[in-house]
Design a protein around this ligand. Structure first.
Ligand code: DGJ
Length: 704
């Protein structure tokens, strides 16, 4: 066919990026925007990319255009693209612009590809940047739009990726207060799954992540592709199957978040990865990338065990009680005491005083010094709670500056508060001065930074303002660590984690809820940032009563802490807590650098993970029982990522917790066993019978 003949002669511009995990190939014809023509397992370096690009093209049949529109890195309306475009923009006067970009130049090296395009007619410039990281296997991408004169931006996608055809479903993440990190599986079908977070913060409801497993993929096996958009102001995701069957993934800021016309817009980084190790391959890439590339730790010291007083005293701060609690917490093994909400203004409940960041003289007549000295005298660090971006109408600050609040006078309040307008420099200066005064006056090494309501409307300036305030405080107080909290896990993303060191995953200290949440959150988050506290015997947010051993081991799966009133502990509970905390401290050096791998449990009530040391010489398995099994005997649990030929000594370190109803004699109940990696990964370990809401903890060491 003459048409095909002509096409065959059109040469491709091609680019490739490689790391040990994957190859990404981009190709463009006729100086247009390129398409991703290959993304997956590493391709041989000798592969001819023009052939790869030519082989990628799909056929044309009846009812189709004469040429299939490119699924480019920024699909363009004017190319008859049948799906969602990657850019929606208007001129200053509101006229829609329909960009058509042409190649304008490139900068490349071994790990970075930066491609520039121009639309001379509309005065627009689009550039896409890709950076690989051989250590982590994450490709980081951003898109930038420059305009010769100010334009209104409606939507700018980070560089667009195709989704695999050999996939039946996608997994994204939703949640709620006390129920963060719930996974949703949605079958692919023509049309799109469109998620847009218009709350102005990352939100419990909208963690900006997506996993696209290929058919048959599990935690430990198969192929998967994953995406995370590192932005705290609310994102939009499009996962679309076009009429011709091709699929595209777009991520960017929520649309219409830029309120003013401008000459430059930039997406947040989109982090993507391909795995041939099941969902675990994606999880490990994100965990390592966050831990080793994005976090900016405040010190090299090991993560301290926290004590947070919120659920012990709430707003009822009394110095003698807090001192007593601090002593007990230290005796249990706590290494940092965090004074939560209630220390400032007239804050006896949540109706008042946010933004009046001065110590309440009724509760602390001599300031915070006596408490901090006491805590420090016990050998603990000291942390303090702020909610810097918020203001109560009932506050001195609001009375003096009602115009500092974001949104209208008659807006619906959230937890009786409004958000401050963080785009205003005077607001940021004021909050900075108040916080800096506290951080300068007292020996404080930690800030729990809360954000307890959604915004009245999404606005990218607000997020940029928040980032600027955090960055300024971090620069002035580099030794102060920050925990990102927003009614629990309402602000968790790689954008906030660039400037903070821990997240408060959830306000739920219910170990059963946490077990599930922590498992799912580890698809993106490493141990080092994931705060997990042992809560009260009767959980304050669920009413559930859980045994101390289960509560303690679930907290020990992540960055451990306590939040109950230690005065409620029986001697037995205190002993268990001390022992588990001791175990965590003894192991934290390697645990904090370990990969968290989900296991494929044959019993759906067993939620299990294997934390694998960086040198692969040791591991720990946590197998939590979240309910009652359908069958009577435990099914063997397969381990993962071991050397099949190596031997491992495995021991059930809490075997003495077996209940009397476990009447048999499984070998693990009385001794360590040495088994090959092949056995452990193929047959799996048969654990003793146990009650629901308990956890088996197994240690493994390579022995030969
Ligand atoms: C919400 C947080 O998630 C809690 O941990 C606690 O800090 C309260 N705010 C304090 O108001």
């Amino acid at each position: 066919m003459p048409y095909e003949g002509i096409e065959a002669q059109v040469s491709f511009q091609t680019w490739r990026l490689d790391d040990t995990h994957q190859t990404l190939v981009l190709a463009a014809r006729r100086a247009r925007l390129p398409e991703v023509v290959y993304w997956g397992a590493p391709l041989p370096m000798g592969d001819d990319l023009s052939v790869v690009a030519a082989a990628h093209a799909i056929d044309v049949t009846g009812g189709m255009l004469d040429e299939n529109p490119d699924l480019s890195i920024c699909p363009e309306v004017v190319r008859t693209f049948p799906g969602q475009p990657g850019l929606i923009v208007r001129a200053h006067d509101g006229t829609p612009l329909l960009p058509k970009f042409c190649f304008d130049g490139e900068e490349t090296d071994d790990t970075t590809l930066c491609l520039r395009f121009v639309d001379a007619e509309n005065g627009l410039h689009y550039s896409a940047r890709y950076t690989t990281d051989p250590h982590t296997g994450i490709i980081t991408t951003t898109a930038v739009l420059d305009a010769d004169s100010p334009v209104h931006l409606h939507w700018l996608a980070a560089p667009v990726f195709p989704a695999p055809q050999f996939s039946d479903e996608m997994i994204d993440v939703s949640g709620r207060w006390c129920g963060e990190f719930q996974l949703n599986r949605t079958a692919w079908s023509p049309g799109m799954r469109y998620r847009e977070n218009r709350t102005g913060r990352t939100g419990h409801e909208h963690f900006p992540g997506l996993i696209v497993p290929c058919r048959g993929a599990t935690n430990t096996r198969g192929e998967a592709y994953a995406f995370h958009y590192g932005w705290s102001g609310g994102h939009k995701m499009i996962a679309e199957e076009l009429p011709d069957g091709r699929r595209q993934i777009q991520f960017g800021h929520a649309s219409r978040m830029e309120m003013e016309p401008a000459t430059r817009f930039e997406t947040a980084p989109l982090y993507v990865t391909y795995s041939h190790d099941g969902l675990n391959g994606c999880a490990v890439a994100f965990q390592r990338h966050l831990r080793d590339r994005i976090l900016t730790p405040a010190s090299d010291a090991p993560r301290p065990v926290h004590y947070n007083c919120w659920e012990a005293v709430y707003f009822d701060h009394k110095l003698p009680v807090l001192k007593d609690i601090a002593e007990r917490a230290a005796a249990l093994g706590a290494e940092r005491f965090v004074l939560d909400d209630g220390w400032f203004g007239q804050r006896d409940d949540d109706t008042t005083s946010l933004s009046d960041w001065e110590v309440d003289p009724r509760k602390y007549p001599d300031g915070l010094g006596p408490l901090i000295d006491h805590v420090r005298g016990l050998g603990m660090g000291f942390g303090i709670w702020f909610e810097p971006e918020m203001i109560n109408p009932d506050s001195n600050t609001h009375r003096a500056h009602p115009d500092w609040a974001l949104g209208s006078e008659d807006q619906v309040l959230g937890r009786q508060q409004k958000a401050l307008n963080m785009a205003l420099a005077e607001v940021r200066d004021f909050i900075y001065e108040r916080m800096a005064a506290i951080l300068s006056k007292y020996e404080i090494d930690y800030v729990k930074w809360d954000h307890n309501r959604v915004l009245p409307m999404p606005d990218a300036k607000q997020t940029r303002g928040s980032y600027a305030l955090i960055d300024r405080l971090r620069a002035a107080f580099p030794h102060v660590e920050i925990e990102s909290c927003a009614s629990g896990g309402g602000r968790i993303d790689f954008g906030i984690l660039k400037r903070t060191q821990r997240v408060w995953l959830s306000d739920s200290n219910d170990a059963l809820e946490r077990l599930k949440m922590q498992r799912n959150a580890a698809l993106f988050l490493p141990m080092t940032v994931t705060g997990s506290h042992v809560g009260p015997r009767v959980c304050h947010t669920s009413g559930r009563v859980l045994d101390i051993s289960f509560r303690a081991w679930v907290a020990a799966q992540r960055h451990m802490g306590f939040e109950m009133d230690p005065r409620e502990l029986t001697d037995h509970e205190a002993t268990v807590l001390r022992e588990v905390t001791g175990w965590w401290k003894h192991n934290r050096d390697w645990l904090l650098k370990a990969d968290i791998l989900g296991l494929d449990s044959p019993d759906p009530v067993i939620i299990a993970e294997q934390q694998m040391a960086a040198d692969k010489q040791r591991f720990v398995v946590f197998a939590g029982k979240a309910g009652t099994s359908a069958q009577i005997a435990p099914r063997p649990l397969r381990l993962t990522q071991l050397d099949p030929a190596a031997s491992y000594e495995v021991s059930l370190i809490n075997r003495l917790s077996a209940p009397a109803l476990s009447r048999g004699t499984p070998a693990l109940k009385d001794r360590a066993l040495t088994l090959s990696g092949a056995y452990l990964m193929t047959h799996g370990l048969t654990l003793p019978w146990s009650f629901p809401e308990t956890m088996w903890v197994l240690e493994g060491k390579r022995s030969g």
